[in-house]
Design a protein around this ligand. Structure first.
Ligand code: ADP
Ligand code: MG
Length: 539
């Protein structure tokens, strides 16, 4: 497994020094950074396999046993949930900052000096970051497409990356960036390029166990300008509540009973047709005979519509769900431009397009297998997150390590002005920042030192937007459209420093069992540290 990266690992992962454990995690993740990062195959305990180069998924799936590794894992998870990107960057920075810290400690610096120095350096770096950022002009700024693309570069091929960004932006613009009005549906079968952005609501008839009576032609069947009625209860013949069984004595009684049932069904169908409804959505089941009768009168009955979809449809079409068909009137109905039954890949769906009351958009994502379809969905979700994050802050910076290089170059001369040993810590911090461009170059197969030197030269000559291009050579990131929300790098750096500070404060990992901690049978337990030392813990 990935956690076991050293030869001298004797299986007891928890015996490693805190710094080593975090560094090893960073080493394992480093090769996945950037557009040329390789994938990791993560094998779960029960044999499940995922192949991905998404840092957050890898860290999440890795079986991290070392408690310090878990601190890094938590920082990566926090980065992912806050901004949806920059997790690998954060982990690589943790590794580099710890490496520099180890060097500084071997030069005789105390951890607290390093912690203070890193704290001051990150503050300065974040202040300087403002000089690198540019403003987004509007929600329709073309830069947003570049930002979405950069966020998912390397996850699929280049042509698909463009398509992901394009689909994301058109879907977001259609709902005016209100993602609560956007639904992602992924379907196995078909190809990625068949994915589409649809104006309306898509009801997945399979996962919702919704069933339709009239699937005469399963490929397409469309109702134009239908009137939508919605019933929030079961539709059928009510069972008498008090009589548990009825014994029908003779044929006359039986036929009278059947007549009653038939009359009730006719009543229900008449009530529906009288309301003008041509599509009837029911949140629960519809009596089979009623369904058939409705279908014969050209009303499309849809039963067991999932609760969330039911509510969305009610809002979007302007229908008022009623609790019983008897209450249904024309006033309760709503409308859409069309309702189409169609088969997407192998899944049957009902598509309601052109909702009058609320703009709804659905992304129909396609992928050859369920695994691919799911990955496509995750990629689109990341594109959406990163676009929203960029808009929230309305600023972006060049990617490809241009920013950490610029910051490292800014910090170096500043450190000269610091009289005490913090100067060395500032230098270490700058070197750690350079880990980003160096790693991007290494992963692209170019010489990290040579690439970094020529990038720095171009920065010195005034082009601070130069970073490591997709081919591993220096290029101007703004010209190449490799852009990221400012907040992604900013928070990755801040989180990395926070977790490194935490790790530097730890000088040993003390293993204690939960039982010992919860027992109150005495205050003098002798605990054994993971390193095998007898340890007295007072509490
Ligand atoms: P993270 O989990 O940190 O987002 P990624 O594997 O997505 O890790 O890599 C992000 C890094 O790759 C960033 O520094 C970003 O600027 C850089 N990057 C993304 N796309 C490109 C590209 N097309 N060319 C060069 N660098 C890129
Ligand atoms: Mg990324």
């Amino acid at each position: 497994m990935l956690g076991e990266t050293t030869d001298d690992d004797d299986g007891d992962d928890e015996q490693k020094a805190p710094q080593t454990a975090a560094g090893e995690l960073a080493d394992a993740i480093r090769t996945t950074l950037g557009p040329n990062g390789l994938d990791k195959m993560v094998v779960g305990e029960n044999g499940t396999v995922i192949v991905t180069n998404d840092g957050s998924s890898i860290v999440e799936w890795m079986d991290i046993t070392h408690p310090v590794g878990r601190l890094v894992e938590q920082a990566a998870a926090a980065q992912d949930s806050a901004v949806g990107d920059g997790t690998t960057t954060a982990v690589v920075l943790v590794g580099a900052l710890l490496e520099e810290a180890a060097r500084l400690r071997s030069d005789g610096l105390h951890p607290t000096t390093i912690i203070d120095g890193y704290g001051r350096a990150v503050e300065t770096a974040v202040d300087r970051l403002e000089q690198c950022e540019r403003d987004l002009r509007s929600r329709h700024d073309d830069r947003l497409t570049d930002i979405a693309k950069t966020a998912v570069t390397g996850r699929w091929d280049d042509a698909s990356t463009d398509r992901f960004a394009e689909l994301t932006l058109s879907a977001l613009q259609a709902v005016e960036f209100d993602t609560s009005k956007l639904t992602l549906n992924s379907y196995p079968g078909g190809e990625l390029r068949e994915s589409a952005c649809l104006d309306g609501v898509v009801v997945d008839l399979e996962t919702s166990s919704t069933s339709l009576e009239t699937l005469r032609d399963p490929t397409t069947r469309s109702h134009d300008n239908p009137t939508i009625a919605m019933v929030d209860a079961e539709i059928g013949i009510e069972a008498p509540n008090r009589i548990e069984s009825v014994e029908l004595q003779n044929a006359t009684q039986r036929s009278a009973f059947q007549d009653h049932e038939q009359d009730r069904r006719t009543e229900l169908v008449t009530q529906v047709t009288r309301s003008g409804a041509t599509v009837l959505l029911c949140q629960k089941s519809i009596d089979e005979a009623v369904r058939t009768a409705l279908a014969q009168r050209d009303v499309l009955p849809v039963e067991r519509t999932r609760r969330d979809e039911f509510d969305v449809i009610a809002r979007a079409t302007g229908s008022t769900p009623v609790m019983s068909v008897d209450e249904l009137t024309e006033d309760d109905t709503g409308s859409v431009e069309s309702v189409t039954q169609c088969t997407v890949g192998t899944t049957q769906t009902l598509v309601l397009q052109g909702c009058p009351e609320e703009q709804r958009t659905s992304l129909l994502l396609r992928g050859g297998t369920p695994h691919v379809a799911d990955e496509v969905r995750r990629i689109i979700a990341d594109c959406i997150d990163v676009t929203r994050v960029a808009l929230d802050d309305a600023t972006y910076v060049p990617g490809g390590g241009a920013v950490p290089t610029a910051l490292a170059m800014d910090l170096s001369p500043l450190s000269r002005g610091i009289p005490d040993r913090t100067q060395l810590v500032f230098d270490g911090f700058s070197a750690a920042l350079e880990a980003i461009p160096r790693t991007l170059a290494t992963n692209a197969g170019t010489d990290p030192l040579g690439t970094l030197t020529s990038i720095k030269q171009r920065h010195d000559n005034g082009t601070e937007t130069v970073g490591v291009g997709p081919d591993g050579h220096p290029c101007d990131m703004t010209d190449a459209g490799i852009l990221e929300p400012t907040i992604v790098f900013k928070t990755a750096l801040q989180r990395a420093v926070a977790v490194v500070t935490q790790i530097l404060r730890i000088d040993d990992v003390v293993q204690t069992s939960a039982d010992d901690r919860t027992t109150d049978a005495g205050h003098d337990h002798a605990h054994t540290a993971a390193g095998g030392y007898p340890w007295a813990v007072g509490h």
